[in-house]
Design a protein around this ligand. Structure first.
Ligand code: HEC
Ligand code: HEC
Ligand code: HEC
Ligand code: HEC
Ligand code: HEC
Ligand SMILES: [Ca+2]
Ligand SMILES: [Ca+2]
Ligand SMILES: [Ca+2]
Length: 376
């Protein structure tokens, strides 16, 4: 038997025996058929979940703390089911705060989403302090997929303090928005996940179209794949979509977001073009203003001192240290958009954050231009 299947059965037995799922189905009457139907459904959900990233007990997202022996309170909210219940107050502790470290070895199991608190949720609080009205069907997604930082009222403000935009300072360093902050990107200025520059206005949530608005209208909450009928649902309105990854071919709007003169590109390509252009601007600025070239990589520490200027990290090239406020804002927005599939969850907000980062770098370095870019 596969390890994941075994785990699934253990979790299911635990869940049912401790009554975690009890509130989902109150068994009325004594007809066996009536009682059996929910059990079959639970089995189907369990199988889908066991094959998903949430049920993958070997993943780094759940194994990272094995050596320490416990998941600390600052991480447990999203990396352990017990931590999530502690955060929600579903375990009898205070709500909105994780009171105890969690045992290692747990995943995002049934009880993370199926509990009394989630079932009665009416709003979710984001790292910026913004509280946004939410329904139970996606409140759990928003609670974990909200990152650990805010562009406004977060560590960026604290670290930068009154340092001038192009100055270096002792406290400066990369502020990491963390992974898959999809709810933050999706909500735009309603959650302030991005660093929003003064004097600019930002898009609110991505008002997409009926039936593809919320997390769980698009994602099956158990398999995490696109909910049945999958990409066919997109085809009704986006004829260019036939099979995966055709969602990356979608285009509705016409602005030349990345300013490369090509307006026939897909939204995915425009956002990628902007990411490339922003990275290029960061490199130029780092050489001209910070006097030390920066490089980007997908793995920790994400930003390194590119001493030989070849764009890749060599062994002797350590974590980047020559930060200025402008470079910090740009690096924060870059990682946020890059790791949240911004093109699909909120293309307008994503483009605005990247474009304004490029404009701000240009204000500090006349070698950088925003030529051709059309801000949506
Ligand atoms: C608000 C929710 C939240 C909090 C709090 C949080 N994380 Fe995460 N973290 C996530 C999500 C969601 C992912 C999924 C990443 C993925 O699938 O790539 C993740 C992924 C990770 C990963 C795996 C990256 C990989 O390579 O797959 C590590 C390591 C990690 N987080 C460390 C931490 C640490 C350390 C803390 C505490 C200081 C923490 N996280 C706090 C939500 C959170
Ligand atoms: C990431 C969150 C999440 C996890 C983990 C999760 N579920 Fe669900 N589940 C949901 C959501 C959301 C719904 C749909 C509820 C709604 O539409 O209000 C749902 C619906 C269900 C339903 C159908 C109920 C109905 O009325 O249609 C069953 C049965 C179910 N889940 C069982 C499980 C089991 C068993 C597990 C663990 C193996 C599990 N779920 C794990 C979020 C989750
Ligand atoms: C208790 C925290 C928690 C909740 C609740 C939660 N997630 Fe996750 N989610 C995570 C973590 C942690 C990962 C990374 C798991 C891994 O790497 O195996 C993840 C992974 C994912 C992935 C896969 C990403 C990838 O890289 O393949 C998707 C999609 C996803 N979640 C969507 C959702 C949706 C939709 C909901 C709500 C129904 C939800 N999540 C609720 C914590 C959570
Ligand atoms: C319009 C449908 C739609 C909605 C609404 C939606 N998603 Fe997605 N999501 C997608 C598609 C499609 C992808 C795959 C994008 C790709 O890989 O090109 C995706 C990818 C993801 C990923 C993986 C990102 C990665 O880089 O691997 C996560 C996590 C996720 N979505 C979570 C959520 C959460 C949480 C919500 C609600 C705030 C949400 N999604 C709302 C369609 C949607
Ligand atoms: C009911 C019709 C409808 C369905 C179904 C639909 N969309 Fe859309 N989509 C739209 C409309 C209308 C827009 C333009 C919205 C706007 O710009 O305000 C859009 C815009 C988009 C964009 C941004 C395009 C741009 O140029 O900015 C993406 C990406 C996208 N949809 C992906 C998807 C995916 C993936 C699915 C399937 C999971 C899907 N859509 C399903 C109607 C739909
Ligand atoms: Ca608590
Ligand atoms: Ca273009
Ligand atoms: Ca190098």
């Amino acid at each position: 038997m596969k390890k994941s299947a075994l785990l699934a059965i253990v979790v299911l037995c635990l869940a049912v025996s401790t009554g975690v799922l009890g509130f989902m189905y109150s068994t009325k009457g004594d007809k066996t058929a009536e009682e059996a139907a929910p059990m079959v459904q639970i089995g189907v959900m369990t199988n889908k979940w066991a094959a998903s990233a949430h049920g993958d007990s070997s993943s780094e997202a759940f194994r990272h703390w094995d050596k320490e022996g416990e998941v600390p309170v600052t991480c447990a909210q999203c990396h352990s089911s017990a931590g999530m219940q502690d955060y929600l107050g579903a375990d009898g502790t205070a709500a909105m705060t994780v009171d105890n470290p969690a045992k290692v070895g747990s995943v995002v199991d049934c009880s993370a989403c199926h509990n009394e608190v989630i079932q009665n949720t009416t709003s979710v609080v984001f790292p910026s302090g913004k509280e946004v009205a939410a329904e139970p069907s996606y409140a759990s997604c928003w609670t974990c997929h909200q990152g650990t930082e805010a562009g406004i009222n977060g560590s960026l403000d604290q670290k930068i303090g009154s340092t001038a935009p192009d100055d270096k300072g002792e406290n400066l360093g990369f502020v990491n928005p963390h992974y898959l902050n999809v709810a933050g990107i999706y909500l735009g200025s309603e959650a302030n996940a991005g660093y929003q520059y003064e004097g600019k206005t930002y898009a609110a949530r991505f008002e997409h179209a009926s039936g593809v608005q919320t997390c769980t209208e698009c994602h099956d909450p158990h398999s995490l794949h696109l909910a049945d009928p999958g990409l066919e649902k997109c085809s009704t309105c986006h004829a260019e979509v036939e099979t995966w990854p055709d969602q990356q071919k979608i285009r509705r709007t016409k602005e030349d977001l990345d300013g490369d003169g090509n307006t026939d590109e897909s939204t995915y390509e425009e956002i990628n073009g902007l990411l490339e252009r922003e990275l290029q601007a960061m490199v130029t600025y780092s050489v001209d203003v910070a006097k030390a070239q920066i490089g980007n990589s997908d793995v920790y520490p994400y930003w390194f001192a590119d001493k030989n200027g070849n764009g890749t990290q060599e062994e002797d090239e350590k974590q980047y240290a020559d930060w200025t406020p402008r470079l910090m804002y740009a690096a924060y927005n870059f990682k946020l958009v890059k790791t949240s599939a911004g093109y699909i969850h909120n293309p307008t907000y994503s483009a605005q954050l990247l474009i304004d980062s490029i404009s701000d770098l240009a204000a500090g370095d006349s070698a950088i231009t925003v030529d051709g870019i059309e801000r949506p």
